[in-house]
Every structure is written in C-alpha cells, then in structure tokens.
Design a binder for this molecule. Structure first.
Ligand SMILES: [Zn+2]
Length: 80
C-alpha cells in the first residue's frame, strides 16, 4: 500500500502543520480532514514532498554554515 503525505491548508494542529503520512490502499479516497483536529488537509504529491523535505530544519542544519570538503589527501577544506 502506498503512503500518502498530507498537510494542512489551514492553521491546523501540531500534527498536520508539519505534515503527516497516511498508509492507504490505492483505491481509498484521499483524506480531506486531519484525523486529530478535523482541519482541512490536502494530499501532497511525492515530488513536492521531496521539496518540502529539502527545506526542513534538519536538512538545513546538515548543510549549515560550515561545510568541510574532503580534498582527497586526508585533509579537509573549509568551503564557507
Ligand atoms: Zn490537525
């Protein structure tokens, strides 16, 4: 069964504001409301979901202000 990602289109609650994954069968109809707060949610296409993930805080932290690049001889060069 595919996993769909939903995100609120309104203020929502803690759960749907960050987006949540829902395991659904192929022919199940898309959710329209958050199971926790009942606010409106929309399904996020997989491609868009990837974009959202790239902008997440943890990813920004991973690619933060200091980037070290391996120069190949065992030393690292600070790239920023
Ligand atoms: Zn909610």
């Amino acid at each position: 069964m595919p996993i769909y990602t939903y995100k609120t289109t309104e203020q929502g609650c803690e759960y749907c504001r960050e987006g949540f994954d829902e395991l659904q069968s192929m022919n199940a109809s898309a959710l329209t409301t958050c199971p926790r707060c009942g606010g409106a949610v929309k399904r996020i296409p997989a491609a868009v979901r990837g974009m959202v993930n790239r902008l997440s805080n943890s990813n920004l932290r991973d690619h933060g202000f200091t980037k070290l690049e391996n120069r190949g001889d065992g030393t690292f060069e600070k790239m920023t």
